[in-house]
Every structure is written in C-alpha cells, then in structure tokens.
Design a protein around this ligand. Sequence first.
Ligand code: SF4
Length: 255
Amino acid sequence: MIDIVHRPRKRLFLVLILISLLLAVISSYGLWVVSLPGLTNISSYLPLLLGTLLAAVILAAVCGVAGILLAILGFRTLGIFQGLAWSAINLLFPIAICLGKLFDVDKERIERSFIEVSNHLIKQKNIKVQPSKLLIMTPHCLQQEACPHKITRDVSNCHHCGQCQIGDLVTLANRYGAHLAVVTGGTLARKVIKSIRPHAVLAIACERDLTSGIQDVFPLPVIGVLNSRPFGPCCNTRVDLKKVEEVIQSFIKST
Ligand code: SF4
C-alpha cells in the first residue's frame, strides 16, 4: 500500500489555534465570574488577584498567537514574541486537538499543519550553523527491519547495503559534515541532543513524534521532515532524501 502524504496547509492549524484562543478567553472569564462570590467572601482583594493573573495569561497567549500570524504574513517579530508564540502553542495545542476531534478532523492532519507552521517560523529566521552544530535525527523505523547492524549505537555500523535509506543518510551527513543519529524514542533523542549540543536539528519522523519533539526541545530550532510509511507505521519507513538535503543546505553556513 502506498502511503501518500498530502502537503498540509498552515491554515488548518491557525484556524484551530484562533478558535482555541477564543475558547480560552471565554472560559477564563467564566471561571472568574463563577469564583467571584466565593473569593469575595474570603478577601476583597482575591477577585482582583485572580482577574489579573488570568488576564496576564490570556494577554500572553494573544501576543503569542499574534506573533505567529505576523511571522506567517512575513513580518519580522521580536524575540519575545517568538517565545510567547511557543508558550501559546503549548497552551492551546491540546484544545486545538480536542476541537479537531469535535469537528471530525484527523489528528494527523492537524499535526502536519502544525509542523508546516513551525517549519515556516524556523525558516523565516534564516538560521545558519556550522556543519558540526547540525544534528540530523532519524527514527529507528527507517532501518530495514531485518538488518542485524546496531546503528542506534553508532551509525557507522551501517554497511551501506542499499536495503534502506540509512546508508544514504550516512553518506549525506558525511558529505556536509553534520551529525547523524538514529534514535529509538524520545529518551534517546534527548540524550543525543544533550551530548552533541547542536545549534539546529533536522528531525525525520512521523506526525506525532515530530509534533511532540519540536515542542519538547524548544528553543532549539528544529525543521521537521515527515517520513512516509509504505508498509504501515514504524516499519521500513522512507524519507524524501532531496528534501533532507535541501534542509541541510538551508541550515549550513556557506564559507
Ligand atoms: S543500509 Fe545500513 S542500516 Fe540499512 S539495511 Fe543496509 S546495513 Fe542495515
């Protein structure tokens, strides 16, 4: 079965995030109104304190979402907006996923749209790093299922037999002087990042792993490239090597 991944649209994620923001504003106001009598009974200062706290969170989320929209529209935004944008995404993303469920929108479609937005925001920053500071991270499922070589310990154990794309990725990483790591999950991914201390990451994975990984390692810039799954999830997956090379070139400083 051929697994075709359609190019996702940024619009889906942006619309869901805007609706989530609206819901967050309404629920915060509702929470404040409901707790008003009880809080007043305890102290006349408490309603003001809670109101200020909720207003500060909502204002930060509004600034964050505005930061995302402005960056998508091509405006240059201050660093503080980028930080707020990621906080807003972390805060509103679960609501956006619930909304998607409600409207019968596939979770993977929302995640693909999120990855597209995130890649766009990173590309716009035009980040350039030394090759030795670029980490290419790929999941274990890209390795041929029956391959006996332990490439998660060291990618140079790959024998370049051509049965999967790991050999091509090793060649690509060596050509540009970047690091390549094959990871079995989030824990190993975090360990690799901690030991290599890259300044940028090119992550190859499925929608779910890329979404959580990008959010996990913020503020480290990550460009996500989705893998394709012609044999189903987590088995003999593939990646578009041309896309991978384009991302490597976009990240590396020209000398
Ligand atoms: S290319 Fe490398 S990792 Fe892939 S099957 Fe061959 S030896 Fe194993």
